[in-house]
Ligand binder design. Structure first.
Ligand code: NCD
Ligand code: ZN
Length: 349
């Protein structure tokens, strides 16, 4: 049995649904899923049932999280372009600002004409996280050139979007990007098979876009799970919501790609740890590590800690899995069991 030790992984893009939609996930089950997947630090998105666009809502969310988390957790703030008075008050307690420029789960899409005002108003160099698919890239470029604030392009999923980021980097603009495991491991063909369980934003793309992502992984900064759990029942309804869970399958999938020679172990560590630590200025507790067993295993809905209880990768063979997680010298996860107490982890800012 071969094992390796990795640093505590960091996922800067998850949707833990708490408060408001805790039938899908909550701070305990979401952070438990993180530990099971080797993540010891995460940043939660603001598209809750009531979007987190005020200091008051953020304070309530943080107070609630403090009671429940088993891994370190930070928060992105939300904006619909009408809460600039809140920015100064929250800038020291959030990790970034999330802006939706396309339709997705929840109705938080901004009028893209407002992007420039949002950039002007955001009072810190903490990243602006953009959900901006290729149809809005001109506006993003114009805005970034006018106001070059640190920008992270979330879940880049096709050739055009990644080319946009690569060009912007070449031009010296302060931009990074993330890619999700589902866009690296699934295509539009899988979407046909998976039905609602392969339905997310951005949509799964044709093989040639997927190949472009793999061929240009050097230009990708972060693998972000975009963990977006919904119940099976919701997915099977007549209007299934966008989003798939990802926290527990991200590392096993990336280990599989590494075993197949698609990326080096060093690149895997920078995508899942180092680059997020730098971008969001995260200092993890000393003596934090993830023990991974490198032996073939099959992803199964049965082993999922996320409250949603399913994964689009059910039945897929992968090259390794998380055996044990240690934070600050304490074992917090071992062989499928969460050992950390609810509320024992840190809220980061
Ligand atoms: C996310 C969700 O369900 O909150 N859905 C998704 O398809 N990715 C929202 C989002 O990040 O777009
Ligand atoms: Zn998301």
């Amino acid at each position: 049995m071969k094992t390796i030790t990795l640093p505590g992984l960091i996922d800067p893009h998850v949707h833990l649904r708490d408060p408001g939609q805790t039938h899908k996930e909550d701070f305990y089950t979401g952070t438990a899923a993180a530990l099971a997947g080797g993540f010891t630090t995460m940043i939660d998105m603001p598209n809750n049932l009531v979007p987190i666009t005020t200091k008051k809502l953020l304070d309530q969310k943080i107070a609630n999280a403090k009671q429940k988390t088993v891994c370190d957790l930070g928060f992105h703030f939300g904006t619909l372009g009408d809460n600039f008075d809140q920015f100064e008050m929250v800038k020291d307690i959030v990790m970034g600002l999330k802006v939706y420029m396309n339709i997705t789960t929840g109705g938080y899409k901004i009028d893209s004409a407002k992007l420039i005002d949002i950039y002007k108003a955001w009072p810190t160099n903490k990243p602006i996280m953009l959900h901006a698919e290729d149809d809005v890239s001109d506006i993003v470029l114009k805005t970034l050139k006018t106001i070059p604030k640190q920008t992270h392009m979330c879940h880049v999923s096709n050739q055009k979007e990644l080319e946009f980021v690569l060009k912007a980097k070449e031009a010296g603009l302060p931009i990074t990007c993330g890619v999700t495991p589902h866009h690296l491991f699934l295509t539009d063909k899988d979407a046909d098979k998976l039905g609602p369980f392969g339905h997310m934003k951005p949509y799964l793309k044709p093989k040639k876009d997927q190949q472009f992502l793999w061929d240009h992984l050097d230009g990708v900064d972060i693998i972000e799970s975009d963990h977006a759990p919904h119940t099976k029942q919701e997915k099977l309804s007549s209007q299934p919501p966008f989003g798939v869970p990802g926290l527990e399958t991200t590392l096993p999938l990336m280990l599989t790609a590494q075993a197949e020679g698609k990326l080096t172990m060093d690149k895997l560590i920078s995508l899942l740890h180092t680059n997020s630590a730098k971008l969001f200025n995260i200092n993890q507790p000393k003596n934090t590590s993830v023990l991974v067993e490198l032996s073939e295993t099959t992803i199964s809905n049965k082993n999922i800690h996320s409250k949603c209880g399913w994964t689009p990768f059910d039945g897929m063979a992968v090259a390794g899995f998380v055996k044990e997680v240690t934070v600050n010298n304490k074992v917090v996860y071992n062989n499928g069991k969460i050992l950390a107490k609810a509320g024992s982890a840190k809220i980061i800012k």
